[in-house]
Design a protein around this ligand. Structure first.
Ligand code: OAD
Length: 239
């Protein structure tokens, strides 16, 4: 990053890569989740209708280490929380991750566009509830008092991501956009770099390798998020 560049408004998009060093598997790595489960089975509304037990078990397994706090924020999450505290301009973290590691690190201004593993939703009332235990097919919902109406508050394929108006508003007015640890395979998040770039933002990508949308970025920082993000944050804060 150019040291003479002094941003006023930053949008940070994070993906599975930022949580990889905390021990949460990414989606598209050769050892990723999709190897064990087909996307259609565990991440679509149709899969949930077909086999709610399987889908609930899948997310229960992902939720457990977060509840037990056996996975924790790493140096990248911690650096972004520090940036939010110390940066004098505006800063928004948009994450595709359903874990709570940004919050564990202390970030406050975080939008989970693909939902949150620690939330569940009633399919009858659409009310969102905190979720700190397994969801079972027979779990009774506290708002409708019925069993079998709860689902993970996760955006599945074919569903609309959350907070889109707020995100596009922030993208259209930021002067620095940075994407960290995301492969650029899944839209609309993969298109955020183009929206920010068209609005005049300087765009940086941090990843272990080129992503599907690398060509749209002005600058690439290659390396592990746990090492590169803290260095980048120090550069921004000292600019
Ligand atoms: P992916 O698994 O597709 O990509 C993870 C990216 O992180 C890859 O580009 C890796 O190169 C990079 N990466 C891995 N380890 C890293 C590290 N230590 N430091 C930096 N980068 C690293 O994950 P996402 O792009 O987040 O959606 O996937 C997007 C969406 O696809 C997910 O939110 C999920 C999935 O389907 C839903 O479930 C709705």
């Amino acid at each position: 990053m150019s040291t003479i560049y002094r941003p006023q408004s930053i949008v940070i998009l994070t993906g599975a890569g930022i949580s990889a060093e905390s021990g949460i598997k990414t989606f598209r790595a050769s050892d990723g989740l999709w190897e064990e489960h087909r996307i259609e089975d565990v991440a679509t509304p149709e899969g949930f209708v077909r086999d709610p037990g399987l889908v609930n078990r899948f997310y229960n397994e992902r939720r457990q280490p977060i509840i037990e706090q056996s996975v924790g924020a790493n140096a990248a999450h911690i650096a972004l929380a520090k940036l939010e505290r110390e940066f004098s301009g505006s800063l928004l973290v948009v994450t595709q991750n359903i874990d709570n590691l940004h919050e564990q690190a202390g970030s406050k201004n975080v939008l989970h566009m693909h939902g949150e593993i620690l939330k569940m939703r009633c399919t009858q009332t659409h009310k969102i509830h905190d979720c700190s235990a397994d969801i079972e097919s027979e779990s009774k919902c506290e708002c409708c008092q019925m069993a079998g109406t709860l689902r993970p508050h996760i955006v599945w394929f074919g569903e609309t991501p959350l907070y889109m108006d707020e995100i596009y508003a922030a993208l259209s007015s930021c002067d620095l956009f940075i994407a960290i640890g995301t492969s650029g395979n899944v839209y609309p998040a993969a298109g955020f770099v183009q929206a920010a770039s068209q609005a005049g933002a300087y765009c940086i990508e941090i990843n272990l390798e080129d992503s599907q949308v690398s060509d749209y970025f002005d600058e690439h920082i290659i390396g592990k998020a746990g090492e590169t993000v803290p260095m980048w944050v120090e550069e921004v804060l000292s600019a």
